[in-house]
Design a binder for this molecule. Sequence first.
Ligand code: ZN
Length: 308
Amino acid sequence: MARSRGWEIVERAKTGERLVFDGGYGTALFAAGLSNGGCPELWNDTHADIVRGIHHGYFKAGSDFVETNTFGGTRLKLNEYKIGDRTRELNDKGARLARSVCPPGGFVAGSIGPTSCLPVDYGVGDNVATDDEYFATFKEQAEALAEGGVDIFAVETMMFPQEAIGAIKACKAAAGLPVMATMFFQYEEIHDRDRTMWGESPAEVARTLLDAGADIVGMNCGRGPDRAIVIIREMRAVTDAPLIAYPNAGLPITKGDTTTYELGPEAMAKDYPALLDAGCNIVGACCGSGPEHIRLIAEVARSRRSPP
Ligand SMILES: [Zn+2]
C-alpha cells in the first residue's frame, strides 16, 4: 500500500514550515439551524451542503487542511442520540464531504473527539469505559474515516490520558496514517498554571501522547491563544516533535441561550506571532472562531514560513 499523503504534513512541520489548520464548526452549524442538543454528525447526511460549505470556507481562508465534522462520531457518543448503528456511515460521509472540496495540495484530518464516558478509574455507573471499550469504539470510527479518505487523524479535545491513549492506539491499529493528538487544558488562575481536568501538565501530556504513538501533539479548545503560548512553550521544552495549537477565540460569554466568544479575528491573530515563536508548527483555532479568524492567522503563519 502506498504511504498516505498525510505524512507530508508531519514531514513539512519537521522541516520548519508553518502549517494552518482550520477553525470552529459549532458556531457555523448553530447559525445554520442545528438545535441545541442536536447531533452535528447527523448533518453529514441531512445537511451535506452546509457541512461542505464550512470546509470550503476554511480552505478558501487559507487552511492547509481541515477536519471532518465527526468530532462526536464514536459509537459510544452517537448512542446518546440512539444512532450508534450509523457510526460507519456518518464517519464515511463526513470524510467524503471534506474530501470533495479539498483543493490540490490540501489535506483532510479525521476528527475524533471524546466519548463522554469517563475512564473506569474515575467514573461510576453506566457512563464509564474500560481501555478495551475505548479502543474498540475509536478503532471503528478511525476505520470508517480512513475508508472515507482522510489523510491524517485528529484526536482532539481529550480530557483524560486514558481516553487519548486509547484513541491514538486505535488510530494506529486502524490505518497507516499519521495521528495528531491534542488535549484540553484549564487555566488554574490560583496557581497560574495550565493543567488537564485531571491534573497533568503540558510537559506530561506531550510525553504521554508521544509515547502512545502520536506523531504531532499539542492543545486545542480550552482557553485563548494567550494560554496556548505558555502550553506550547512547556511542551517544546521536552520534545522536538511537531506541535499544534488550536485554542478557542478566548473565553465564552453566555447570554441566555446564546454563546459568543471574547476574541474577534484581529484580537485573536495578534497572539499568533508569539505562539509560533514558542515553537508551534501548526496553528488553527477552535470554538468561537470562523473563516475570518483563520484568514488572519494564516497571514501571520505564512509571513513566518521559513526553513530552520
Ligand atoms: Zn473548542
